[in-house]
Ligand binder design. Sequence first.
Ligand code: GH3
Ligand code: MG
Ligand code: MG
Length: 496
Amino acid sequence: MQRIAILYDASQAVLSTFQLNEVLDQILMIVRDYFHLESGAILLLDKERNELNVRLSFGIGPCPTMVPVGKGITGNAARLKRPIYVPDVTKDPRYIAGTSGTMSELAIPLIVRDEVVGVLDCQSNQLDFFDRETVDLLTLFATQASIALVNADIYSREQKRAQQMEAIGAIARQATAVIKLEELLVQLCRSIAAHMPLQGAAILTAEQDGTLILRANDGTLSPGIETSQALLPADNPAETALERRKTRVVHAGDAGAQAVMYKGAGSELLLPLVSAGRPLGVLVLAATDPTAFPVDDIPTLESVADICATAIQNALYFQQVEQLAYVDGLTGVYNRRLFERKISEELDRATRYESTLSVIMVDIDHFKRVNDEFGHLLGDEVLRIVSQIFLGALRKPDSCCRYGGEEFAIILPETSGPKALRVAEKLRNLVAEYEFPGIPRPVTISAGVADFPRCGATRDDIVRAADESLYIAKQSGRNCVAAQEDTLGEAKVANQ
Ligand code: GH3
Ligand code: MG
Ligand code: MG
C-alpha cells in the first residue's frame, strides 16, 4: 500500500511540469530518494542516429555520454523494448564499465505508444539490489515518466512553433515597411537574425546570368567575406539549391560546402527565394549547432523565405517602375528628371570629396532641317542612333540624359574640364562620321563643356556655363565643341 502511494506521488511530481529539464530533474530525484539508488541516468533516443544520449544523471562517474542502441545494458533495453535487470554486472558481458562500485543495474526503456523515447538507467552498489516488486514499481513509474517526457517534448515543440509564428509575423511586418531593394535586403537579414536563434542571415541574389552574389547580411559575417558583392564559386550548394528549387542543409566539412560563409558555423540552411516561378536568390541561415535545422522546422523556415521572396519581388517591381520614370521613351537614355536629380547628387559628392565633375551639353545641328527634309520618323531614328553612339562611347559612371527635343546633357563624375572636352570631341567625331540610313549627308552635333568647381558651385552655375559653351560652339559654326573660359583659361573652340 505504501508503495502504491509512492508511485502516486511520483507520478504527480513528474506530470506537474511541462519543462523538460524539470521533468528530468523530478524523475531522477524520485529514483534517488524514493528508491534509494546510488546512481542513475536518463538517456534520450536520437532517432536519426539511433543512439541514446545521457541527458541527466546522478552518482555516475566518467562514463560514455552516448550509447548506440543495441550496445550495453541500456542499449539492449532500448532495442528489446523491455526492462533488463542485471543482478551482478561483473558477470554480464553487455555491461559497459563506468561508475566504480556499481554491482547491479536495471535499465528500463521509456516507451510511449510502442515507441522507445529513451531509457531510465538505475544502478546500485549492492549485488542483486532490485527485488521483483521494485522492478515492477520502477517499470510502472517509467511509464509515467515516459508520458511526462513526451508531454514536455510536445510542449517545447508547441512553444518553439509559437515563437516561430511570432517571428514570421514580425519579419513579414518589417518586410512590408521597406520598398527600396538594397535597404529591404539588409532589413530582411537583420530581422531574421533578430527573431530567430541563428548565428547570422544573408541573402544572395541571382544575377541575370544565373550567378549568385552576396548582396546583404545582418552584419555578423566573418571578416573574410565582409565585402558585399562577393561572388560564390561555381557549382556551390546555394546555386544547386536555387536551380532545383529545393531547400538544402549544408554542414561544415561537407564536400562542396564552400557556401558555408560564417566562421564557426556548424550548419547552414540554403532556402531558394522564388516568386511567381522566378528565381530571385537564396536566403542563407547559419547556426553554430550542426543540428540546428531539423526536418520539422524546414516548412516554417520555408515560409520565411516565401515572405522574403515576395517582398523582394515587390521591391524589384518598384525599382522597375521607378527606373521607367527616369528613362526617355524614345531613346532609352535617361530623361531630364534624372539629370536634375543626378547632377545634384554628384555635385554633393564632388563637394564632399573635393573632386571634379563635368557636364557636356549637346545639341544636334540643324535638326529642324533633318525633320523637314527627311520626315519626322527619320528624325526620331536619328535621335535614337545618336543616343546609342553616346552610350557606346561613355564610361559606366557617366549619365547620358535627353535634356529636351534634340538636346542631350551628359554628366561625367570625377572628370575635369580638359578631359571632358576630349570626350565631347570624341562624341562629335563619332556622330559626324556615322552614316545615318536614309540621310545622304552627315548629321553633326555641337557641344558645350563646363566643369565643377571651376565654373561654379551650384547646379545652375554648371548648367548655365555648359549652355553658354554650347552657344559659343553654335556661334562658331556648329559641328564643334567649346568650353568656358574658366575651364580652359580662355573661351576655346575646338575642331571647327
Ligand atoms: P540648331 O543647329 O541651331 O540647333 O538648329 P536646329 O534646327 O537643330 O534647332 P531648332 O531648335 O530650331 O530645332 C529643333 C528641332 O528639333 C525642332 C523640333 O521639331 C525637333 N524636335 C524636337 N524633338 C523632336 C523629336 O522628338 N523628334 C523629332 N523628329 N524632332 C524633334
Ligand atoms: Mg535645340
Ligand atoms: Mg539643334
